[in-house]
Design a protein around this ligand. Structure first.
Ligand code: TYM
Length: 334
């Protein structure tokens, strides 16, 4: 890692599929930014267990997520990719930060409110204190920039507040991180209920596109995407389905929304939906090809898992040991 470059940290929960929302809101930006930063991209399996998971599935998905990071174009030689549970410093710092996070702050988190409604039978303390673990993820590495989708803004704000609070209580310890939100892809909506964000845990398979979906499946899902009853391809608040499709098109092609609207001047919804499906299919094809190759190379992936966790742990310890000293834990005797 170069000392001159700034640091990026980001992660995804290995639950469900990596969706087009995760890809456009996060993964695509990670690949675009990787050369200019020292990057850590984590598979945050410890976050996933705030909701009950089937253990073999969690193990499988964690590996698949890591492989999808690589398939999307993250270079494993230059970036640190690892499982959160392999680097215990995350949990250690999370405990300390829990003691610097107020109940009132956690109570305001919209994701906690949402998830506790959806999982009313299991509103556990981990679900509640999850933002302190996320703050630990970020602050452990003196992170400058956190590329995420819009839905993580509130958590990131809290991580900043916790960093500032700690720095003020002791002395400058944590870098206060900034968020990075892409222009177009930061909020991809469900294809079936376009007022709701596209979510990897949606029970309706037609609501999201997985980045590993075959071209046929992608085409079918876009064909079924909910639109509206007029026939105008225009970005507008009262046209959430069409606006979402324009947004996806714009995020992939790099064209502005105005240019994207022009591309479909005089076209019908059917053609429009197929054109959006096509850019998505073309965008994901190389990723899917690389993924198939990676699946064959178990030893290569195992090597990355092992080495990257060691590097992450080494870096994390630099911050953790400072924090432990500042809060007054006695030094280890070596
Ligand atoms: P997660 O796993 O829900 O989502 C992973 C990333 O995808 C983005 N995202 C979206 N972007 C656009 N449109 C959508 N519909 C959409 N859905 C998800 C998310 O904003 C995120 O960037 N708490 C985090 C994981 C995390 C993390 C971190 C992220 C844990 N520690 C530290 C950054 C830094 C989460 O649950 O993301």
């Amino acid at each position: 890692m170069s000392d001159k470059k700034k640091v990026i940290f980001s992660g995804m929960q290995p639950s469900g599929h990596v969706t087009l929302g995760n890809y456009l809101g996060a993964l695509k930006n990670w690949t675009d930014l990787q050369e200019d930063y020292n990057c850590l991209f984590c598979v945050v399996d410890m976050h996933s267990i705030t909701v009950r998971q089937d253990p073999p599935t969690l193990r499988r998905l964690s590996r698949e997520f890591l492989m999808q990071y690589i398939a999307a174009g993250i270079n494993p030689e230059e970036n640190i990719m690892y499982y959160q549970s392999h680097v215990p410093e995350h949990a250690e710092l999370a405990w300390i930060l829990n003691c610097f996070t107020y109940m009132g702050e956690l109570n305001r988190m919209t994701q906690f409110k949402d998830k506790s409604q959806r999982h009313a039978e299991n509103i556990n303390a981990g679900l509640f204190t999850y933002p302190a673990l996320m703050a630990a993820d970020i602050l452990l590495y003196q992170t400058d920039l956190v590329p995420v989708g819009d839905d993580q803004k509130q958590h990131l704000e809290l991580a900043r507040d916790i960093a500032i609070r700690f720095n003020n209580a002791y002395s400058p310890t944590f870098k206060v991180p900034e968020g990075y939100f892409g222009k177009a892809g930061a909020r991809v909506m469900s294809l079936q209920e376009p007022n709701k964000k596209m979510s990897k845990s949606d029970e309706d398979e037609n609501a999201f596109v997985s980045i590993l979906d075959s071209p046929d499946v992608i085409a079918r899902k876009f064909k079924r995407a909910v639109t509206d009853s007029d026939n105008e391809i225009r970005f507008s608040e009262d046209k959430p389905g069409i606006s979402n499709l324009l947004n996806i098109y714009s995020a992939i092609t790099g064209k502005s929304i105005e240019e994207s609207e022009k591309d479909f001047d005089g076209k019908g919804y059917g053609d429009f939906k197929m054109a959006v499906a096509e850019v998505v299919i073309d965008e994901l094809r190389p990723l899917q090809d690389r993924y198939k190759e990676l699946e064959k190379d178990k030893a290569y992936i195992d090597g990355i898992i092992k080495e990257n966790a060691q590097t992450a742990s080494y870096l994390a310890n630099k911050t953790l040991s400072k924090v432990q000293r500042k809060v007054g834990f006695p030094p280890k005797i070596r």
